[in-house]
Design a protein around this ligand. Structure first.
Ligand SMILES: CC(C)(COP(=O)(O)OP(=O)(O)OC[C@H]1O[C@@H](n2cnc3c(N)ncnc32)[C@H](O)[C@@H]1OP(=O)(O)O)[C@@H](O)C(=O)NCCC(=O)NCCS
Length: 144
């Protein structure tokens, strides 16, 4: 038996609301999300409820965001782990951190709803975390 073994998860810090617009854009692009201008990214971060950065020995390796009304409805956005750090449990840490925040800050009674839109092919990740993939979600893309 190995004692004192340190897993990668032990070296990850989750830090709230330190994400810069530039790093946000970089993480998005690295994992296939569209590039967005930095001023837009700044507004996105400012208007979200919480963003969390996963940091390993000073290096930003992942992120997640929670948006919503801060009391009753919560939505996960941009759960991202750099490709070379995927499959190590870091995405799970990020989602659990955001879910804990929602649980602590919900003011509606016993239950609250945390939603999101899974990227295609990532449904299994969310299912492992207790999310249900629902067929009756709605969305509409509008011209702006
Ligand atoms: C999706 C993502 C955040 C998962 O992060 P991760 O750190 O690799 O996930 P974890 O290591 O915590 O995985 C937790 C579990 O989910 C499983 N899992 C991960 N990705 C999966 C997928 N695409 N399909 C099915 N299961 C998946 C893992 O195998 C693991 O299972 P286990 O507990 O039985 O070992 C990461 O792959 C990523 O950043 N992808 C690119 C960006 C993206 O598409 N984000 C989702 C936006 S909706």
């Amino acid at each position: 038996m190995v004692y004192g073994e340190i897993s990668i998860k032990d070296k990850i810090e989750l830090i709230d609301n330190i994400l810069t617009p530039e790093d946000f854009v970089k993480l998005r692009v690295t994992t296939g999300f569209a590039d967005i201008p930095a001023p837009h990214a700044r507004k996105v971060l400012q208007n979200g409820l919480l963003n969390v950065s996963a940091v390993k020995e000073g290096k930003l390796i992942g992120m997640g965001r929670l948006v919503g009304d801060g009391a009753m409805y919560w939505y996960l956005q941009e759960i991202i782990v750099l490709p070379e750090y995927q499959g190590l449990g870091i995405g799970t840490m990020i989602v659990n951190h955001l879910v804990d925040y929602a649980a602590k800050n919900s003011s509606t009674g016993i239950f609250t709803t945390i939603g999101g839109v899974s990227a295609k092919g990532k449904e299994g990740f969310y299912e492992k975390l207790g999310f249900e993939v629902i067929p009756n979600g709605i969305q509409k893309m509008i011209e702006i």
